[in-house]
Design a protein around this ligand. Structure first.
Ligand code: ZN
Length: 142
């Protein structure tokens, strides 16, 4: 096998996003709540939140706090990481289906990857990453 040269440098990436109509989502995270947008006309719930309903092409939305109860639908273990996550040990990204019907993509906090099962019960919680931003993660509920 050919030798490979690795060059490892820290990359700091700063960006600004206009939050506009979904600022409630970020306010919710700071208060420990995971909020989804719901169309007032057709009752469809969107997560990640959307300011406009693709069904109705309307912008009348309200905010609902999601339950934390989910079922693991699928997962993958990440051992080849993006540069910004190199300092983390291997981690698991899952898709969890909440009882509201929305699917959430996030990390699963678990001590042993052998415990992961399709269909296992999970809970969703707000976490603050050491990079100083709020996000959400699943953890096993059983
Ligand atoms: Zn709608």
């Amino acid at each position: 096998m050919d030798e490979i040269f690795f060059d490892k440098r820290a990359l700091e990436l700063k960006y600004q996003m206009p939050l506009g109509k979904i600022s409630e989502f970020f306010k919710g995270l700071e208060n420990g709540k995971i909020m989804a947008s719901k169309c007032v006309d057709c009752n469809e719930i969107y997560f990640p939140p959307q300011a406009n309903c693709p069904n109705c092409i309307k912008s009348k939305i309200e905010w609902v706090e999601l339950s934390s109860d989910a079922i693991l639908e699928t997962y993958t273990i990440i051992n080849v990481k993006p540069t910004s996550f190199l300092k983390y040990p291997d981690y698991v990204v899952v898709i969890g289906k909440l009882k509201e019907g929305v699917k959430v993509l996030s990390w699963l906090e678990i001590d042993d990857f052998k415990k992961i099962r399709i269909g296992m019960k999970m809970k969703l919680k707000v976490v603050k990453r050491e990079e100083n931003y709020y996000t959400y993660e699943f953890y096993p509920a059983e």
